[in-house]
Structure formats: C-alpha cells, structure tokens
Design a protein around this ligand. Structure first.
Ligand code: SF4
Ligand code: SF4
Ligand code: SF4
Length: 612
C-alpha cells in the first residue's frame, strides 16, 4: 500500500487534529452542563421526523444562508458561495481522491493536496470532470472572498452602514481564511504549469506563470506554494475555535437542538452556550438596531455583546445599554434569543443585591367581593398618560361592562422593570404579592392597557384568569356588537409596540379595530420589523437626548404617508413619540372612545339624559 506523505502536509494535519480536539472538548463540556430535562428532550426527539427538519434547516441556513439572502441578497450570495463552495470542494475533493488513489485507505490530507501527489489526474477515470468541477468551485469561493474583502473596506456597497469590529483571534482567522483560497489557486496553478493538468482556471493561471517564471524554477516555487497553502490552512484550523468561525460547526448543533425542541435557558450554559458560539458576527444586527441607526451608539449591539459574553470581557455596559425591543432578534439569521441572554447577564450582575419585603400586606380572597365583568389594570405608564385609562373607562361604560379599577391610585406595578434591571429576587417577591391581590378578586378577565404589563401577566404570572390587552378587548366588544363604530374617512398609521408585537405576537386586533374606524395605511417598518419608540424602561444607560432621536426616527416612518392620526396601543409609546408627531399621536383606546362619544347613538342618549 502506497502512503502519500510529504512534510508540508503537517501544518494542515496538526491544525485539523487541534481543531477537532478543542471542539470535541468544548462540546462535551457544554453538553454536560445542559439541564437533564433538556438532554432528555434532545434524545426523545432525535430519532423522529424532527431530524429531517433539522437536516433541511441546516442545509438551508448553514450552507445556503437563506435568511441572510432574504435580508440582503448580496450578503447572502457572499456567505452562501463561501460556505457551499468550500463544503463542495471538500466533498468533490474526497470523491476525486477515492477515484485517483489506488489505496484502500486515503490519508486525511489526500483530498486537499491531491494534485501534488497525483499530478497525472487527466489519465484517471472522470479526471477531466473532476478538474472542471474543482476549478469551478474554487472560482465560486474566490469570488466570495473578493466580496468579503470589498465588504470589509466598503460595507456600504453591500447596503451595510457598519460591519463588526474584530478582536485579535478573529483577525488571525479572517486573514488566514482570506489567504487559503488564493494560496490554493497558486499551488494548483504552479502544478498545472509544470504538469499541464489544470482546468479552465488553474491551467489559464498556470500558462501565465509558465510565461513569467523560468521552467527550472517552477517546481521549487510550486513546492513552496504547497507549504504556504498547508500553513494558512493550519493557522485557520487552530484559530477557528477561538474566533467567530466557531459558528460554522456550532450553528449546525444549534439548529438540531432547536428542532429537537430545546430553547434558550435561564443561565449562560447548555443550549445558551451553543447560541453564544453560533453568532457569526455577520453584523446584520448593527444596522437593524436603532441605537445604531438613529442614536449613533454602535458598540452595544448583539454582535459585540455576545462577543463580550463569549470571551468573559466586561459586559455590564453592553447588557444594560439596550432597549430590549427585540428588533435584533427578528433579524438575526441564526435566531439567537439575544434579549433572553441580556436578561441572564443583568441577573448575574445583581446577584449580590438582596431586599426585604415582609412589610407588604397579605391579600386573602375576598369571599364577599362583588363580581365584575372585568378587572382593569391600567399600569403605571398609563397613569402618566391619564387620557388612556379615562378612555378605557368610557369604553367600559358605553359597552355596559362592569369593571373594577385595580390600580386606580396608581401605586401598583407588575414588576417587569425590576425583572429587566436584573433584580430577579425583588421582582419575584413583588409578583407573588400581585398574584395574591389579583386572585383575591372575582372577575375572570384581567384587562391591561400597558403591553409591558400584558406580556408580564401572560408569560411570567401563573394567573388562573384570562389576560387581555385593551386592543383585544375592544376587538371583542366590536365583534359582539357591544359597541358600534362608524367608519369615517380618516387615514391611520399604526405603530406596533415592541412588547405587544414582537413580545406577544399580537399584531392584528388593533389593525382590525382601526379598519372599522377608517383607513389603515401600510407602512414599511411594521409588525415584527416595527421600530422602537426609544422609551423602553429596559434601557438603564441611554441618555434622554438619544431616546429623543429614536422617537423622532420612529415617527418619521409612521408619518411618511401623512396620515391624519398616528395610533399606537401603549402608554409608553404614546408618551415618548407624541412630541414629535405634531398632535397626531393617539392611543387605540382614545380613538375608539372619541368615536363612541361622537356617535349619533350616544349623542341621542346624552340628549335624553339632559332633557330628563
Ligand atoms: S447576533 Fe445574529 S445578527 Fe448579530 S452578528 Fe450574531 S448572528 Fe449576526
Ligand atoms: S434589543 Fe433593540 S436596542 Fe437592544 S440591541 Fe436589539 S435592536 Fe438594539
Ligand atoms: S410594566 Fe411598566 S407600565 Fe406596566 S405596571 Fe409595570 S412598570 Fe408600570
């Protein structure tokens, strides 16, 4: 049995061994730290139809980069041609070396350095086909490398205002990656110059080389080129586990785990550790974050934040200077739950803080309590915009709904701001008290005007009551003919509050209500792409002026088609944006309440009251 060997294969081979050694060690440690429940879920679903779905998603996203294509086709082409081109070079290279070597066992480096060891490839079975396909794939990858170079120095040509700034490990990996394919082209082309075995690409370059380099020197330079190719491959392999390219392999695991039913955890381990290492630092989240696009803050976006968490760099500033609006989650092609990760790190930063809550009153079920249709919780932000609770009370009264106003004095909070500040223990205590209070009431429906409270009551509390946002309740009242709204010739544009839209997936009720009042304009940045008003209570760092820039930016898009009224369904959004909206900003409850006050039906009722 002939064994192909030359010392130049060693840098590549040692690189491969180190890379797989480090990767296997890391993956075993992360899998070990996974909660037992998650591991059970994984094994339970592994041998089911979900595996096919995982395989399909891995091909579509990790190789073809479908999601990036949808966001930015040029960027998608760049990522897809690099990933798929390189993957196919490995696959076809392996098949070629099986055909070309008459060995039972091929050496791991045989497919990579095939032309060096088997220069007479045109004589082998399907030799010309392999020559063509390998040249074609090399050309595809080289094109992608050219795109990557242009993007790094001229990102605007790719529609990106900012690209990620790199750490030293990333630079090592990036520059060696850029060199791999030109090095391969040169090694193969020198080989073609000497043996006339190249394809349309390598033979053409080889012919140029033959005309420039004396024939006596071609073999020597060729040999140095194979060394160079092997060295840059080796450097890249060793740098991979310490750089952003860790995502290449880790993302495949993440896709599998997600399809097997696993989710982000509440700690920076297990599935979340795979998420942290699946970020490719593609930089898409930089432009999509308004802190960058509107407020000129470019260093806190997920790409940087995850970088800090991954390398244990100080991350508090990056964790806190974020609105938790979730827009980056929508656009992240890897589907990393970034806001969850920020919550975890905020919690870690506050672990030593403790509070006492024994002074809080105890709420017992009120046995003789009156039963109302609705328990209304305006939320403290609504108390800062009192026109909203006032409108809701008008709606309850006009719809003849009995209600109890739980936080009428404005002293209660759902606990979300504490939770998002990382004060988890304090928030949990507060939520326990709030649960007691809510459950002491007899109404089966809890209605809130604040989307933040709505999400918190729905997701964090275990209430045995229906929780509705006021947009849902109003839509129900229309459907049940409890209120009749007359359609007028009014143009509305609608702002999706982050917590109601991206947070709870609730987009349609408000739109349906507005359609029964007038005409709803379609705007570019809506639903899950909606912009944040900038007022979020989750950002504990951003100065007031920056918030103002974001609010103005959001209003600019909402006002683009010059609507008569800009509507939202959140007290905080209304408050934040109204000073930029030239008196056009209203909450959904307010427009409905005004329509009721102006309706002929109620004008008649009023007349009767006055005459009596
Ligand atoms: S978080 Fe997502 S969008 Fe941002 S750089 Fe990482 S992979 Fe790209
Ligand atoms: S959650 Fe919003 S503010 Fe925070 S990084 Fe993502 S897009 Fe930017
Ligand atoms: S979520 Fe915000 S607005 Fe709603 S009650 Fe809690 S603190 Fe107040």
């Amino acid at each position: 049995m002939k064994i192909n060997f030359d010392p130049f294969v060693l840098p590549f081979f040692i690189g491969v061994l180190l890379m797989f050694g480090i990767l296997i060690w890391k993956y075993v440690v992360w899998l070990e730290a996974m909660p037992v429940k998650d591991r059970r879920t994984m094994f339970k679903n592994m041998f089911t139809f979900r595996s096919f779905k995982a395989f399909n998603e891995a091909v579509m996203e990790c190789l073809l980069h479908r999601r990036i294509f949808k966001i930015n086709p040029v960027l998608g082409f760049m990522h897809a041609s690099l990933a798929t081109g390189w993957f196919l070079l490995i696959i076809f290279g392996t098949i070629e070396s099986k055909f070309g070597h008459n060995n039972v066992f091929n050496m791991p480096w045989d497919p990579i350095f095939f032309n060096f060891f088997e220069p007479d490839k045109h004589g082998m079975q399907y030799g010309k086909f392999f020559t063509f396909i390998m040249d074609f794939l090399l050309l595809v990858v080289l094109t992608a490398v050219c795109f990557a170079l242009i993007k790094r120095f001229c990102s605007r040509l790719f529609g990106m205002r900012k690209t990620t700034k790199l750490l030293i490990g990333d630079k090592f990996a990036l520059y060696s990656l850029w060199l791999i394919f030109p090095a391969r082209l040169l090694a193969e082309s020198f080989n073609a110059a000497q043996h006339h075995n190249g394809g349309f690409l390598t033979q053409s370059v080889g012919n140029v080389i033959s005309s420039l380099v004396p024939a006596s020197q071609i073999a020597t330079v060729e040999y140095s080129m194979w060394w160079f190719y092997s060295i840059v491959l080796g450097i890249f392999m060793v740098a991979l586990p310490f750089s952003r390219y860790m995502h290449i392999i880790t993302e495949v695991f993440l896709v599998m785990f997600r399809n097997f039913g696993m989710k982000s955890t509440k700690e920076l381990k297990g599935y979340t550790r795979f998420e942290i290492n699946s970020c490719s630092r593609c930089g898409i989240c930089i432009d999509k974050c308004q802190l960058s696009s509107a407020a000129n803050i470019h260093n806190i976006q997920p790409t940087y934040y995850i970088q800090s968490v991954r390398y244990n760099l100080p991350f508090e500033d990056r964790a806190y200077n974020c609105l938790m609006c979730g827009r980056c989650n929508t656009y992240c092609p890897v589907k990393i739950d970034i806001t969850n990760m920020r919550n975890i790190t905020r919690k870690i930063a506050n672990e030593s803080v403790s509070f006492k809550y024994d002074y809080l009153p105890e709420y017992k079920p009120e046995l003789n309590a009156e039963e109302f249709n609705v328990l209304y919780f305006a939320g403290c932000m609504s108390h800062l915009t009192p026109s909203i609770p006032k409108a809701m009370i008008n709606i309850f009264e006009k719809a003849k709904i009995t209600y109890e106003f739980l936080d009428e004095d404005g002293s209660l909070c759902c606990g979300r701001p504490l939770m998002q500040s990382g004060l988890v223990e304090a928030a949990t205590q507060l939520q326990k008290k709030m649960t007691e209070l809510i459950m002491s009431k007899k109404s089966m429906v809890l209605v809130t005007s604040c989307p933040i409270c709505y999400k918190t009551f729905k997701d964090d509390y275990k209430l045995k009551k229906h929780v509705l946002h006021h947009s849902e309740l109003i839509k129900l009242l229309i459907d049940e003919n409890r209120i009749n709204l007359k359609k007028e010739n009014i143009q509305f544009s609608y702002h999706d509050p982050c917590e109601l839209g991206r947070g709870c997936g609730e987009y349609e009720n408000s739109r349906e209500v507005l359609k029964s009042l007038g005409h709803l304009q379609k705007i570019e940045q809506e639903k899950e792409k909606a912009l944040c008003c900038g007022g979020s209570l989750s950002n504990l760092k951003i100065p007031y002026e920056k918030r103002e820039l974001m609010a103005a930016d959001a209003v600019k898009y909402l006002d683009e088609k010059n609507p008569d009224v800009i509507v939202t369904a959140c007290p905080l959004c209304k408050k934040t944006m109204e000073k930029h909206a030239n008196g056009k900003m209203k909450d959904l409850a307010e427009v409905v309440s005004e329509a009721l006050n102006n309706s002929p039906e109620y004008a008649k009722e009023k007349e009767q009251l006055v005459s009596n």
